[in-house]
Design a protein around this ligand. Structure first.
Ligand code: C2O
Ligand code: CU
Length: 509
């Protein structure tokens, strides 16, 4: 394996790794859009639904005619979707049959700390010996996670309990192992988890086949069809030619939606609820819906990361950072039958400009609606409620003799408490960034109070769990740390930044 010194000398000093695929890519808008299968509970105990997920290697055909080995939840990519009801607990038993330790985090979940997927609460594979020779995280150490005295490590299996006492929203679950989250998500460890309730269902929003979860991500494929990743970890099957720097984050040249390249989906000429999620490691998007004659369709935002807005917000284009979700209604009724509406990324170029397309197939009746009032249970915290105001910088800096990403000048350390907050306290956090950082807070949804000293932008509306900070930008968020006492995280959700130190501990007392 690589020595620490070799790993460190490869520490990147320049921009991100833009990977180029070495296999033939399909034409855009030819592969049908897959919809992730919905997982059935294996049992119901005391009003809680129990699910089983096995994490295992699977070979799938993502690009037509190309076999790609993936790390999967239950053999699919993305993993199976969990459909939950508000206040009805979900227990997921995860079995780890992968060759590496894993950790499961439900992103956006109001989850007790023991089930929140702390990065050192490892589920070890059968026969795992620690430390494994040759395993290096971005801290350049062997299994740094093993140095956390509070870690709860299990072998092969673990039950995660999610109370679901929270607003209906589209959450997602993904790997969260210390130092190795980015390559694990890249290799496939992500799935959707949707919470619903009666109030949302009574609104008359587009539903059933007219509600589409759309998980957007970029990837790259090497000449054997493997996912390319500039990994230091030899178990990730390093490929020649991909040892590029990845300080800024890894970008692929293939855009996948629900695991398919530039897919196409046939729709009625009617309203659709499009539930966008960016599961990319580092790529930002600015989405537009463009008709065949170059017209932009309105994207009527009805929800944010943590569920419905108070009232709809209409956008012409929608910026989306890694881990953000935007719940949007698009109306295809004015689009000629037989024509395409393409979803494009204004920030992309060449093939990364295209995302997916809808082919309007037929006229159809539509009794859906977008009410002018969507929800009235959004928290209304005020500055004057805040027990504290805190400042956090998100910047590049030195880490273990190399380059990393720091919060408040420090790289992540599981044995250090960075912030202690009182249970139930409202706090205002002022965040400042050197370059783009999508900052994510576990447990607590927040509202954006200001951005760059000005009022929040239209897409900052609602209850969020991830805010996209722009280069040099400061923003203020307000939140309340209620629900559970214990250890939680906040971090950059550029997955490479996260692995390279940009994460910190919150202790709720
Ligand atoms: Cu989506 Cu701490 O993660
Ligand atoms: Cu970052």
């Amino acid at each position: 394996g690589l020595s620490s010194a070799a790993a460190l000398s490869r520490r990147p000093t320049t921009t991100g790794a833009k990977l180029r695929s070495a296999v033939p890519l399909p034409p855009t808008f030819t592969v049908p859009l897959p919809l992730p299968s919905v997982l059935r509970p294996v049992s119901t105990v005391d009003g809680a639904d129990r699910y089983e997920i096995t994490q295992r290697e699977t070979v799938l055909e993502i690009l037509p005619g190309v076999k790609t080995p993936l790390w999967t939840y239950n053999g699919t990519f993305p993993g199976p979707t969990i459909e939950a009801r508000r206040d009805r607990p979900v227990i997921v038993t995860h079995h780890n049959e992968l060759p590496v330790p894993t950790v499961v985090h439900l992103h956006g979940g109001r989850t007790p700390p023991e089930s929140d997927g702390y990065p050192t609460d490892l589920v070890l594979p059968d026969g795992w010996q620690d430390p494994m020779p040759g395993m290096h995280g971005m801290h350049g150490m062997q299994m740094p996670a093993m140095s956390d005295p509070r870690a709860v490590v299990t072998r092969q299996t673990r039950d995660y309990t999610f109370p679901m006492a929270q607003r209906p929203a589209m959450l997602w679950y993904h790997d969260h192992r210390m130092d190795f989250t980015a390559p694990a998500i890249w290799r496939g460890l992500a799935g959707l988890h949707i919470i619903r309730d009666d109030a949302e269902e009574s609104l008359g929003l587009p539903a059933g086949p007219r509600e589409l979860p759309l998980a957007i991500m970029d990837r790259a494929f090497d000449d054997h069809g493997n996912l390319a990743y500039p990994a230091l970890d030899p178990t990730l099957r390093e490929q020649p030619g991909v040892h590029e720097p990845y300080l800024a984050g890894v970008l692929g040249d293939v855009i996948l939606v629900n695991g398919a390249p530039w897919p196409v989906h046939e729709v009625d000429a009617a309203r659709y609820r499009l539930r966008f999620l960016n599961t990319s490691n580092a790529r930002h998007y600015e989405l537009e819906a463009v008709t065949y004659d170059g017209r932009r369709l309105d994207l009527v935002q009805i929800g944010a990361d943590q569920g419905l807005l108070a009232a709809p917000v209409t956008h012409q284009s929608l910026p989306m950072a890694p881990a953000e979700r935007y719940d949007v209604v698009a109306d295809f009724s004015g689009v000629p039958v037989g024509s395409l509406v393409t979803i494009v990324n204004r920030l992309g170029s060449g093939r990364t400009h295209d995302v997916m397309a809808f082919r309007v197939a037929r006229r159809a009746a539509d009794d859906s609606r977008v009410p002018t009032v969507l929800s009235n249970d959004l928290p209304s915290w005020n500055r004057s409620d805040a027990a504290r105001v805190r400042d956090f910088s998100f910047r590049a800096g030195r880490m273990n003799g190399g380059h990393g990403w720091l919060i408040g000048g420090q790289p992540f350390n599981p044995t250090r408490t960075d912030v202690t907050v009182g249970l139930g306290d409202v706090e205002v956090w002022r965040l400042i960034a050197d370059v783009q950082h999508p900052v994510h807070l576990h447990l607590a949804g927040f509202r954006v109070l200001s951005r760059g000293g000005k009022p929040p932008l239209p897409h900052d509306a609602g209850l969020k769990d991830t805010i996209s900070l722009q280069p040099g930008e400061s923003a203020e968020i307000i939140t309340c740390f209620d629900g559970y006492r214990g250890r939680y995280l906040f971090h950059c959700h550029n997955a490479e930044h996260e692995d390279m130190g940009m994460m910190a501990n919150i202790e709720i007392v």
